[in-house]
Design a protein around this ligand. Structure first.
Ligand SMILES: [Zn+2]
Length: 244
């Protein structure tokens, strides 16, 4: 007995150029499909196989639009993270609420984990994000794999919001000293600190194997930095003298 097999009709429709716009459920990216029936069959939910197999969500196109908020988070990432390879970034903070806020703004479901520095034993929190589209947008804003030495102030970011984000990272500090405030920003990139210094002044010092920008009378930059924004680390903002 023989049965015929492989004879199912596979009629493909050609000649229709219409594309249907979809938004990836995992990364938020816009993509297009040609077969509208895919949506009815519950396909066409994710933009790529990478997204299909991915467990966690993040708005991967968050930094494609420059706003005060996205500039702030870019500054925070510049000050707090390591890009390990083309797919992975680790974002660190001593403040769990800061990372919770990051997740909220970027619609991220990535887990906040405990992290202990192997050398200093300092305990922090971290988020590891695995997402090539997200990483690509950071590369477009000047971030570099494992090379924070070459970081520069990103051209597109709103500078005052970027600096506030950097201040709120683990590389930013605010002190009260007498009747004035002092801001200290650390980086291994002297170029980045020089460019920030062009905006908020201060002097750069060599500090072990990195650089430190020290800005005295930093309360003079309070209005520039905060500019009625609702996005900031309350612990740092509250240290400003004469701030309200
Ligand atoms: Zn996607």
């Amino acid at each position: 007995m023989e049965s015929k097999n492989g004879s199912k009709k596979t009629r493909s429709k050609k000649g229709t150029n219409k594309k249907y716009k979809r938004i990836c459920k995992r990364c938020g990216k816009v993509f297009f499909i040609v077969n509208i029936f895919d949506t009815k069959r519950n396909r066409a939910i994710y933009c790529s196989d990478e997204c299909k197999s991915r467990k966690y969500f993040i708005n991967a196109s968050y930094f494609d639009t420059i706003t005060p908020d996205s500039s702030y988070w870019l500054g925070f990432i510049y000050g707090s993270s390591v890009i390990r390879n083309i797919t992975t970034i680790s974002i660190f903070s001593r403040s769990k609420p800061m990372l919770e806020s990051f997740n909220k703004y970027l619609n991220s479901t990535y887990l906040i984990r405990n992290s202990t520095n192997v050398i200093t034993k300092e305990k922090k929190f971290r988020i590891d994000i695995h997402n090539t589209s997200f990483l690509n947008s950071l590369f477009n804003h000047g971030m570099i794999i494992r090379d924070n030495l070459k970081l520069e102030l990103p051209i597109l970011a709103i500078k005052s919001d970027f600096i506030r984000g950097y201040l709120d990272s683990d590389n930013g500090f605010v002190y009260q000293e007498g009747s004035q405030n002092i801001i200290v920003l650390h980086s291994i990139s002297i170029t980045l600190l020089s460019e920030i210094s062009n905006i908020i002044g201060g002097k750069i010092f060599s500090n072990q194997n990195q650089w430190s920008l020290i800005v005295k009378n930093a309360e003079l930059h309070y209005t520039l930095l905060y500019n009625n924004s609702t996005l900031y680390d309350i612990n740092k903002k509250s240290k400003f003298i004469n701030s309200n």
